[in-house]
Write a protein that binds this ligand. Structure first.
Ligand code: THU
Length: 128
């Protein structure tokens, strides 16, 4: 699948965002090795710390479906923001060094990143 097509999925996922407190919708699409696309969107709560980011919703959803091998991930927000620190840690632990496409909601241009660049010296129980 081309990056732009995965980004289109992330734009669709952004449409499902539950972000009434921040008004900052985020969408995520995670492509598995088998070609399945798993969606995530940010889900906010009146108990603010219970909010979960789009990236982690997608990753946890995929893992809970038994999907463990991933090819690429696309993240869409209105400002083409790169993932937060907590999501970077989870991406490091579960995704491996796959392409991370970051786009705004138009999906016309995207930034390409890899987790070893976004999260150098990650926390790891085995290697310090
Ligand atoms: N958010 C994400 O979904 N992903 C990130 O990587 C950073 C922030 C969400 C959390 C919250 O619902 C909103 O964006 C504003 O912080």
């Amino acid at each position: 699948m081309e990056p732009k097509d995965l980004i289109k999925h992330a734009i669709k996922a952004q449409g499902n965002s539950q972000s009434e407190y921040s008004n900052y919708p985020v969408g995520c699409a995670l492509l598995t090795n088998d070609g399945e696309v798993v969606y995530g969107c940010n889900i906010e709560s009146a108990v603010y710390p219970s909010t979960l980011c789009a990236e982690r919703v997608a990753i946890y959803s995929a893992l809970s479906k038994g999907l463990k091998k991933f090819k690429a991930i696309a993240i869409v927000s209105n400002t083409a923001a790169r993932p937060c620190g907590s999501c970077r840690q989870i991406m490091h632990e579960y995704l491996g060094n796959i392409p991370i496409y970051v786009s705004d909601s138009n999906g016309k241009e995207y930034k390409l990143h890899y987790i070893d660049e976004l999260l150098p010296y990650p926390f790891d129980l085995k290697n310090s």
